[in-house]
Design a protein around this ligand. Structure first.
Ligand code: SF4
Length: 349
């Protein structure tokens, strides 16, 4: 059990202290950890919850990440692509529902070229006053800059694990150092930059998760997504999964610990209660993360006919069970007692 001394806000946590908290299973100590993270969240980013509309517009991908259902080698997945008008219309629809950020996400699908994405950004920005977050995988510096210059505000690119060897095992056609360079490039271009990890992926250790959290700080990452690894039987990682009958590997508590420690270490970042958490714990996953340092919710606003085809893992992770898709803002306010921001929700630097 950890010490009864109150946690200090001002002393940075060391690697060994983070590891100690990750291993902690005393409920009173964990309650104190979550309360501290919640206090840090309140002091550093306030009480507002920021809500983002997620539009998954293509499930084609040229990569073969071992854990991902969208991997090119998965022949069992029905593939789809939304056209430019459909994507722009979905963003406008989200704006009319009250969202002020839309997250455009796809696999690494090169059919959406630099010019196509530029046209989509221009089309959305000319139609509504909404921040755009892109999550389109690894792209050349010139392309990322062109999208930023057309008005894209943020870019998500998870580093998934800070262990270079594990990273390259999980991503046979990607390189760890290139990933980190890309995160630095995104910051240099001016994007609010998001990264994140999969908590509980086979091969991960407490020590590597502590390194992940410290890397968020070192790279000055603006948005941190820490969701649970969820086993997908249509991927090669199946063989490495301890219990093939279990779709969800990490215990919810472990994810909350990572969220809380990320908040305490990075202070003023945006941290989503990830949609994958609701697959882990449909009723309380998102709410528990919001009480442990998270301040963002992403709601799947992909058009209904495509939504179930975006299968990174086999469960529908949309938190629609607890969040009314028609009135997400009011529902979140009722459930949490916290105000939902109606602005862009940028990180204030
Ligand atoms: S994790 Fe991303 S890049 Fe890798 S296969 Fe899935 S969609 Fe493609």
């Amino acid at each position: 059990m950890l010490t009864d001394e109150p946690l200090l806000f001002d002393a940075p946590l060391s690697h060994s202290e983070i590891v100690q908290f990750l291993k902690e299973d005393d409920l009173a100590a964990l309650a104190k950890l979550y309360t501290t993270a919640d206090d840090v969240r309140f002091l550093c980013v306030g009480d507002d919850i920021h809500v983002r509309a997620l539009i998954n517009f293509s499930n084609h991908c040229r990569r073969n990440c071992l854990y991902c259902g969208l991997r090119q080698g998965n022949a069992e997945l029905t593939r789809f692509r939304m056209n430019e008008n459909e994507i722009i219309s979905a963003a406008i629809k989200a704006y009319k529902k009250g969202y002020r950020t839309v997250v455009l996400q796809s696999g690494e699908d090169e059919l959406y070229t630099e010019k196509v994405i530029c046209r989509i950004i221009i089309g959305i920005k000319q139609s509504c006053d909404i921040a755009i977050t892109l999550s389109l995988g690894e792209r050349p510096y010139k392309t990322l800059k062109a999208w930023f210059n057309e008005g894209a505000d943020r870019y998500l690119l998870k580093h998934e694990t800070s262990d270079p060897e594990l990273y390259e095992q999980l991503h046979p056609d990607l390189r760890f150092d290139h990933r980190i360079d890309m995160l630095r490039n995104l910051k240099e271009i001016g994007y609010q930059t998001g990264s994140g990890i999969m908590v509980g992926i086979p091969g991960q250790t407490y020590e590597s998760v502590a390194n992940d959290i410290l890397l968020f700080k070192e790279l000055d990452i603006d948005m941190i997504g820490c969701g649970p690894y969820i086993y997908n039987p249509k991927t090669p990682l199946q063989a490495a999964t301890p219990d093939e009958n279990l779709y969800i590997q990490p215990k919810p508590e472990y994810v909350y610990k990572v969220v809380a420690l990320s908040r305490i270490v990075t202070r003023d970042t945006h941290i989503p209660a990830t949609t994958a958490l609701s697959a882990l714990n449909p009723e309380l996953g998102i709410l528990s993360a919001l009480s442990a340092g998270a301040n963002v919710i992403m709601i799947n606003e992909t058009p209904e006919q495509y939504r179930r085809l975006y299968e990174i893992y086999p469960k529908d992770e949309t938190p629609a069970d607890i969040l009314s898709p028609e009135n997400p803002f009011e529902t979140i306010e009722q459930l949490t007692g916290r105000h939902v921001a109606r602005d862009y929700g940028h990180r204030h630097l």
